[in-house]
Design a protein around this ligand. Structure first.
Ligand code: ADP
Length: 450
């Protein structure tokens, strides 16, 4: 059992993790970069250690500095949050080798899921439905690749095995474009991810992005905690998420959820995780698994009443899952708006000093943010300022609450995407529910936005 947690992250998620640690009576140690020294979670920490300058490579990504901070502070566990080192298997290994607990899955699980081909292969073996296509890297033999693509049927998509962040993918409409696309995607994969392995699968034209949250303990027990819909995206970045995914039959979601939990048992997965699917014509197709806490985890917390960070810490402490599948119920509906420091029309980042910060409140409203009036938004990090999360007994009630909350929210001094959110919550297609992953970009293009 550990009594202290080093939080190896920044921003809203550092504060989110710290809140649960403090409630559980755990000592919190925060590592931070120079410009983050005034952040609220730094000031509230039992111990705060500056580990480097603003550049993430010299601070939040510097494994040596973080491990040294853990050693000198006497930290017993490390929570990596999301992004930064959260899916770095080598880091998880080093944390454990130093005698500390990594609050996350095993390095071996992270390695399998970090390779999308290996992930797909193990998921298919565990009975999780995947996008049609071979579970193997493409060879250099063009005839073999042509045959594989022909069997799937065009359009197909070429994807880097180690890709991430929506990069290293290319849609191919017909056989005549295959050879060139292969060369370019392979080269891109090699340059961006240091690994030129690529694979091919069916390109789905108008899918939704639906994901299943899971949590597993070290005793081979695993449960799933409902679905989320994250289809509202721009450049593969999620903008609004909701739980549960609307307009999908409960029985179908249950079947997929059970398969995800079973897959966790089969591969000996531990901690929280998310199975991401594309859903088209009522069919689920696995695309990847994220082996960490997700930005959008609060919508699941609002509908299940479960504190996911607490569950993650308990499992890391070696405790058994504190709930069973038949004890998990999803109540009502929740939305999350990601509030970014960016121009609502051009999407250009908008760093600077916040001079007005008025956040909404009332029943069913939750704000997860480290920002406040007087807070300076750095240009060094991603633009996420915080999240506005609302819950209601029905989807309509949650949407109505979201509209009021967005109307109350005021942020001044820098530009934010609040105006975009206000427009989106009046969009008839979004109100109806179940839009595809292309909906937001199509809508933006129609109104002349990039
Ligand atoms: P990353 O790890 O880079 O986020 P994913 O495999 O999760 O990559 O895919 C990111 C996005 O790319 C998906 O949300 C979807 O928009 C698109 N995409 C991926 N695979 C397919 C596919 N087979 N058909 C259509 N779009 C896809």
């Amino acid at each position: 059992m550990f009594g202290s947690v080093l939080i190896a992250n920044r921003g809203e998620i550092a504060l989110r993790i710290q809140r649960t640690c403090r409630r559980l009576g755990l000592r919190t140690i925060v590592v931070h970069s120079e410009p983050d020294r005034e952040a609220p979670y730094v000031l509230q920490a039992d111990l705060a250690l500056c580990i480097g300058p603003a550049a993430a490579a010299q601070s939040y990504l510097c494994q040596k500095a973080i491990l040294f901070a853990a050693e000198v502070s006497g930290a017993e566990a490390i929570h990596p949050g999301y992004g930064f080192l959260s899916e770095n298997a080598g880091f998880a290994e080093r944390v454990e080798a130093a005698g500390l607990t990594f609050i996350g899955p095993s390095a071996a699980s992270m390695r399998v899921m970090g390779d999308k081909i290996a992930a797909k292969r193990s998921m298919r073996a565990a009975g999780v439905p995947c996008v049609p296509g071979p579970d193997a890297a493409l060879t250099d033999d063009l005839d073999v690749v042509r045959a594989a693509a022909g069997e799937i049927g065009y359009p197909v998509i070429l994807k880097a095995a180690c890709g991430g962040g929506g990069r290293g993918m290319r849609m191919v409409e017909s056989e005549s474009a295959l050879a060139d696309a292969l060369l370019v995607t392979r080269e891109e994969a090699r340059l961006a991810f240091g690994n030129s392995a690529i694979y091919v699968e069916k390109f789905l034209g108008r899918p939704r992005h639906v994901e299943i949250q899971v949590i597993a303990d070290t005793y081979g027990d695993a449960v799933w905690l409902g679905s989320r819909d994250c289809s509202l995206q721009r450049r593969h970045q999620k903008v609004i998420e909701e739980a549960p995914a609307p307009q999908i039959e409960d029985a179908l979601v249950r079947e997929i959820g059970e398969r995800c939990a079973e897959a966790c048992r089969q591969i000996g997965y531990r901690s929280v995780g998310t199975f991401e699917f594309l859903v088209e014509d009522n069919a689920f197709y696995f695309i990847e698994m994220n082996t960490r806490l997700q930005v959008e985890h609060p919508v699941t917390e609002m509908t299940t009443g479960i504190d996911l960070v607490e569950a993650q810490i308990r499992v890391a402490q070696g405790e058994r899952l504190p709930f069973r599948q038949d004890g998990i119920a999803c109540h009502g509906h929740a939305f999350e708006c990601r509030i970014n420091a960016e121009d609502p029309d051009s999407f250009a980042p908008s760093p600077g000093m916040i001079d007005t910060w008025q956040m909404p409140g009332g029943p069913g409203v939750r704000i997860d943010s480290h920002a406040s009036s007087g807070y300076r938004v750095s240009s060094y990090y991603d633009s996420l300022l915080g999240k506005l999360i609302v819950h209601g007994t029905t989807r309509d009630e949650a949407l109505a609450r979201l509209r009021v909350a967005l109307d109350e929210a005021r942020i001044g001094g820098i530009a934010t995407n609040l105006p975009l959110h206000r427009r989106l919550v009046t969009d008839p297609d979004f109100i109806r529910g179940g839009v595809s992953i292309h909906h937001l970009e199509t809508r933006l293009r129609r109104s002349g936005q990039p």
